[in-house]
Design a protein around this ligand. Sequence first.
Ligand SMILES: [Zn+2]
Length: 589
Amino acid sequence: MSMQWDLAGIYPGFSDLSFKEDMERVAHFLDLLEKFNPECYQKKEEAAEKYLMLLADYKNIFSKLMAYTYLKASDNSRDEEAFKVYESLEKTSSRLTEPQVRFRRWLSSSKNSTSLSNKTELLKEHSFYLTREIDKSRYLLSDKEEAIAAELKRTGSAAWSKLQQKLTSTLPVKVELDGQEKILPLPEVRNLAYSKDGKARENGYKAELEAYKIIEEPVAAALNGIKGEVITLCNKRGFTNPLEETLFNSRMEMKTLQSMHEAIVDFLPEYQNYYRFKAALLGKKESLPFYDLYAPMGKADIRFSLDEAKNFILEKISAFSPEMGNLYKKAFDENWIDSDPKNGKSGGAFCYSIKPMEESRILLNFNGSFTDMTTMAHELGHAYHAYCLKSEGILNSDYPLPLAETASIFSETVVCNAALEASPGDEAFTILENRISEAGQYIVEIYSRFIFEENLFRMRKESVLSVNDLNALMSNAQQQVYGDSMHKDYNHPYMWLVKPHYYEAEENYYNFPYAFGLLFALGLYNLSLEKGSAFLEDYKKLLRVSGQSTISEAAKSIGININSVDFWKSSLDLIKKDIQKFIHLAGSQ
Ligand SMILES: [Zn+2]
């Protein structure tokens, strides 16, 4: 059995009349937006209403076209037409920047712009959107400067980013496996970290670090170039530092981040104990080398057929929330899911919501492992988030990055916990270890990458950093989070070289959102245990308002104070219980 997603229900094909008509409508609305001049209207509220309606119309059609094209391209990487259309859609959408910036400037310059949102129903509905537009206008440069910055980026950070990509994706790594020397691509070698064979993990790690020496200089130059550009631009825009800019874009307060980090720092000794315990189980003295961090443990091999995974998830989710269960059932019944790996199909898994249709599509590469089952639950959680937003307009549905993984991790947690309860000791041991080490990546490892990035920006402001500087900075950050639970001669000083997010000028600090996503979802899960089914309405409300509030406001709307360290501690307590259970079960292995 396999599940194939229904894409023809979105459009029958690129050459179908409905697709072509929508392409024309998008162009039409873009023309209107480009010509739109708020000064032509007698009343300000009329101008603002007109703009919002045009923008929403444009976005509704565009998002459907984009969804179809993106899904077609991920379904088959050889679908040249899909890639061509995708490129043309991207180009089309770049035309939106100018009218958007013009509106932003007009809105913030016109008097009483803040009281504008009380004038009509439509404006009231979009008051958060309008306020954000005014806030964003504060960080705009002049039109001319914006244009130059955008143009120079193409030969600056974007070019550096391509260089890093090229160097890391074409790097041949010489590695010894089963007594034979092999040349493998970097991702394959890095994947050895999850191998059951300890020697393979160790050889993979050593070969990886050795290979980096060939490309370390140009990649360090790329990193210096990108971070230098980020600092220059963010200062010109009036942000104190890149972290402030990232938090602004994430609609997140500094206090929230600090509270979360305070709780994490407090929790690090728990994780260090776990790593030392894992080291002992693996027969290592006292400390764990980096290459054993993700070593799978236990003998249980838990398998699910596609049907079993589906039925298990439906049963457990429906017991938790009938409404969630119904939505998941709809996803299965109406062919939203594509389950099997196939040639030319994208790797990994994702959920793509098609807002104007109130539907989603889910791509999986299901092979029957336990993680494949929980990934299915994860992606269905994303679809539930989109479902909760269905009564909101498209301009009120855009949620910030740190909230993007809330519903997915929540759903995964519900299903995973149900599985744990139903599993015998040896299986529970394997599931728990997997979950703890994965959470460790989000909490401990990610925190080291945050510390590194903060120090990198601080030092880059003064001067260029050498390869040695970068390695030392990364080693220190790892030392800070792992302490002596990680072997100091076997850490990973080159993490800066390989993490792609460091090379995206628009995605600074793409690390803490992972920790936030996990811990926020766990905090919510805690509340669901406390409040029972009364929590479900709160949960729905939180997801519904996620597109039109700051993160702390969204949480506050259901009585959560995410600026309190205690909230984050309660999330971490769940992991603490996992660790205790794991250590207890290890005794009987
Ligand atoms: Zn996700």
